[in-house]
Ligand binder design. Sequence first.
Ligand SMILES: *[C@@H]1O[C@H](CO)[C@@H](O)[C@H](O)[C@H]1NC(C)=O
Ligand SMILES: *[C@@H]1O[C@H](CO)[C@@H](O)[C@H](O)[C@H]1NC(C)=O
Ligand SMILES: *[C@@H]1O[C@H](CO)[C@@H](O)[C@H](O)[C@H]1NC(C)=O
Ligand SMILES: *[C@@H]1O[C@H](CO)[C@@H](O)[C@H](O)[C@H]1NC(C)=O
Ligand SMILES: *[C@@H]1O[C@H](CO)[C@@H](O)[C@H](O)[C@H]1NC(C)=O
Ligand SMILES: *[C@@H]1O[C@H](CO)[C@@H](O)[C@H](O)[C@H]1NC(C)=O
Ligand SMILES: *[C@@H]1O[C@H](CO)[C@@H](O)[C@H](O)[C@H]1NC(C)=O
Ligand SMILES: *[C@@H]1O[C@H](CO)[C@@H](O)[C@H](O)[C@H]1NC(C)=O
Ligand SMILES: *[C@@H]1O[C@H](CO)[C@@H](O)[C@H](O)[C@H]1NC(C)=O
Ligand SMILES: *[C@@H]1O[C@H](CO)[C@@H](O)[C@H](O)[C@H]1NC(C)=O
Ligand SMILES: *[C@@H]1O[C@H](CO)[C@@H](O)[C@H](O)[C@H]1NC(C)=O
Length: 829
Amino acid sequence: MVWEMLGLYMMLPPVAQCSPEDLSEITNITYRCMALNLSGIPAEIPPSTQNLDLSFNPLESLTSNYFSAVPALRFLDLTRCHIQTIEDYAFEDLHNLLTLILTANPLWHLSPKAFYSLTSLQKLVAVEANVSSLADLPIGHLHTLQELNVANNNVDSLKLPKYFSNLTFLRFLSLQSNKISSISTGDLDVLPGEKGLNLTLVLSINDIKYIQPGSFEGIHLHELALRSCFENTSVMKACIQGLAGLQVNRLVLGEFRNIRRVEDFSNGLLDGLCQVQLQEFVFICFERFYNGTDTLFDCLVNTSTIRLVDVYLNQVSAVPAASRIFQLECKTCKFSEVPALKLSSFKELRVLRITKSKYLTGFRQGFVHLPNLEVLDLSENQLSFIQCCSYHLDGTPKLKHLNLSFNSEISLSKSWGVNELVSLDLQHSKLGGPGGAPVFLPLGKLIYLDISYTNTHVESQCPFCGLESLQVLKMAGNSFKDNDPGDSFGKLTQLLSLDVSSCKLIQVSLSTFSSLGKLQKLNISHNKLLTFDHLAYKPLQALTVLDFSSNQLTVLTEKALESLPSSLLHLDLSWNLFDCSCNHLSFLKWAQEHRELLRSAELTVCNSPEHLNNASVLNFDLSSCQLSAILVATYVGTALTGALFLFLIYKYYFNLYYWLVLLSGCRRYADRDDTYDAFVIHSSKDIEWVRKELVETLEGGAPPFRLCLHYRDFTPGVPVASNIVHEGFLSSRKVIAVISDHFLESKWCSFELEIAQSWQFVEGRSGIILIVLEEVDKALLRRKLGLSRYLKRNTYLEWKEREISRHLFWRQLRTALLDGKTEPGRGGN
Ligand SMILES: *[C@@H]1O[C@H](CO)[C@@H](O)[C@H](O)[C@H]1NC(C)=O
Ligand SMILES: *[C@@H]1O[C@H](CO)[C@@H](O)[C@H](O)[C@H]1NC(C)=O
Ligand SMILES: *[C@@H]1O[C@H](CO)[C@@H](O)[C@H](O)[C@H]1NC(C)=O
Ligand SMILES: *[C@@H]1O[C@H](CO)[C@@H](O)[C@H](O)[C@H]1NC(C)=O
Ligand SMILES: *[C@@H]1O[C@H](CO)[C@@H](O)[C@H](O)[C@H]1NC(C)=O
Ligand SMILES: *[C@@H]1O[C@H](CO)[C@@H](O)[C@H](O)[C@H]1NC(C)=O
Ligand SMILES: *[C@@H]1O[C@H](CO)[C@@H](O)[C@H](O)[C@H]1NC(C)=O
Ligand SMILES: *[C@@H]1O[C@H](CO)[C@@H](O)[C@H](O)[C@H]1NC(C)=O
Ligand SMILES: *[C@@H]1O[C@H](CO)[C@@H](O)[C@H](O)[C@H]1NC(C)=O
Ligand SMILES: *[C@@H]1O[C@H](CO)[C@@H](O)[C@H](O)[C@H]1NC(C)=O
Ligand SMILES: *[C@@H]1O[C@H](CO)[C@@H](O)[C@H](O)[C@H]1NC(C)=O
């Protein structure tokens, strides 16, 4: 029993253990020790630790040198650690600490030197930390501080203590959710005037009843947030007047969704803003606009940007003349119609956004003379309209960016009323027009077009005609006639990026990409393509990104792999149906050699054979194909040998034949009948001499000799080799070789001569008469003829052109020929 319990005990994990993150790092930089009932720094934390999360541990109080074991800290989270006291030098040695989080600690005693040593601290978070006065925080020496967050405390005065003049890098001060009820002159005096501090001051969720006029006089802020600060409209109006003299880049007024107090927007509410210099005005979460909003913009005419967010404005009433509003945004407003006519009064408007308004369905008015408008974003509404867009956009000649995405139904026509358009986003709106007619014809300057998921079915010849400058075309989630893009992209010669993912494609025509020589990115994923036809993709020589994932490829052929452009950096082939059998070894090998090119490589999986289903192509064991490689090698070897054999037979057919005949020679010898006196071997180039001299003299002389001559006596239709043997050697008593330079050069003649010589040996016949024509190279002759000219039985004659020698020549020749000539019927020599 005891042992069992002990064993069980030992199997439990140790109680408190901090977990290092980034185990891959050589030094353990981050440790999380959240909620481990720790009462100090655990010993296992290495001194190199930079990020330490000690939140939700009962540390209670921080004594001197509390963190000296971890001097490298840059980030320290002490959220909800029951810390009540922080003694002098508690953070000693933390010279590198950038962020200190003290959220949700019931601090009640901070020693004056509590934060000493934090010479790099940039961010101090003391949210919900029982801070009742900024003066209580001993942080005057934190010269590097940029962010101080004391939200959710009990601070009741905005009076900034003197030490703020030391915090010259302070950029953000939040006093949200405190107890500030009034702001008086002098509270902010310690802030440097002019453009000294670029401070964001958050005072939202304080119950402010009064702002003394002049409190903000001469103050420069980057941002001032006063959301949900006022009890009712009249307090709000008065307080805004108290802001007089403030200079601020962004002023945020309004409420929070769950903290709404001001009843109604009343005329004159924002009148105080006439005394404030501001660039951007944000009005957020304001519900009630029953009464006129005539004065809404009165004091905002010099503001460049106005953002109305979650404001229940359902119409725009009076717009002051000569407004300088440059950018107007309405997000989640209550319009039901695009207030194009009223908004046309903002003559300086460059950017107009009305988005995410779920009641906005109509677009019946057109914009009238907004000569500077460049950006019109009407995305994420419920717009439904026809004949887009010449009527609507006629008054916006400079429009460059139009966003009508995520609306209901829009039908496009061929006239647009704008010809400077550079980007057009229509994604996820149901479109009528594109695909059937060339509706983009007038948009020659368009660079960016998004018609993804617009229910577009491309069937016309020229859906993108006119888009000569287009560089980006996104049309995922649509469809094409016959599930083939065909020549749809024919005119898009400037295209850099094309997305035709999820377009139900089954095939790609050879000409589809032929004009896209500049294309860098092609997304053709999530289709049903079975093959990668190298000819179709060949024109894409500038491609760097190709996403071919989620198709039905079984292999990339060697041609396809070769056709991939060298510029390719990113190739996604995941979720195809690759066949990982040895037939496709070259592809599998290629894939493993190009790991760095393949994205989602682990998802580039085999579909077959069955036992490799879901295995990564990169893990395919190439050596498993070696056995069959040997088999293949054997087959190939056999085939090659066979071919070589046949080739040799073909080349040496004659020799073989000759040797065969020789082997059977003895038998034939018996019944041979010499038909000719001599078989003449000569080069075809010496035929003249043979005819004129040799044949005429010998056959025409007395006694006449019968000569066997290739050109005359060979049986037509019988192979030459066979003729030479049968008609030549076997039917002749002697062989006359007419030796000339031509003869010696001709392999064929030399060969015949060699045969004649071996014939002579085998049959023991006297016999070769060598007639050497005069001009022959003697050295060559000696080499070629070898010993045969000295053999006793052979006759060696030299032909001389001179008349006298000829007589002798012919006599010698006749004698040689007559030698061994016997009565018919008797053989031998
Ligand atoms: C990092 O932590 C791991 C696991 O806790 C430990 O094995 C390793 O020695 C630590 N490395 C350093 C440099 O502290
Ligand atoms: C936390 O640790 C203390 C002692 O340090 C112990 O008395 C207490 O029971 C522990 N609490 C929990 C929840 O483990
Ligand atoms: C807050 O701090 C004060 C002293 O400043 C102290 O008296 C009080 O008990 C603290 N409150 C809590 C909840 O600890
Ligand atoms: C401002 O910083 C200086 C130098 O660190 C220091 O002597 C002085 O006490 C600080 N002022 C306050 C109000 O803390
Ligand atoms: C002021 O601070 C904001 C962020 O707090 C920053 O975006 C802006 O660039 C800063 N302006 C200047 C002039 O430093
Ligand atoms: C607004 O609140 C102030 C301060 O509580 C109050 O004096 C005033 O009567 C209120 N005004 C209205 C119109 O409710
Ligand atoms: C509209 O404003 C007038 C005064 O301008 C006021 O009398 C009336 O009560 C307001 N209507 C609503 C519904 O608040
Ligand atoms: C807007 O600026 C002009 C000139 O800069 C000034 O005359 C006018 O009073 C200002 N209007 C408001 C409402 O601040
Ligand atoms: C158009 O608006 C949608 C939704 O707000 C946004 O996601 C998209 O990026 C915008 N298009 C362009 C080209 O800015
Ligand atoms: C291609 O399109 C799919 C779906 O439309 C998307 O998930 C994927 O990220 C895109 N690929 C690239 C490389 O942008
Ligand atoms: C392969 O993976 C897919 C998706 O992860 C899964 O649905 C399928 O069941 C897996 N098939 C096998 C044979 O493991």
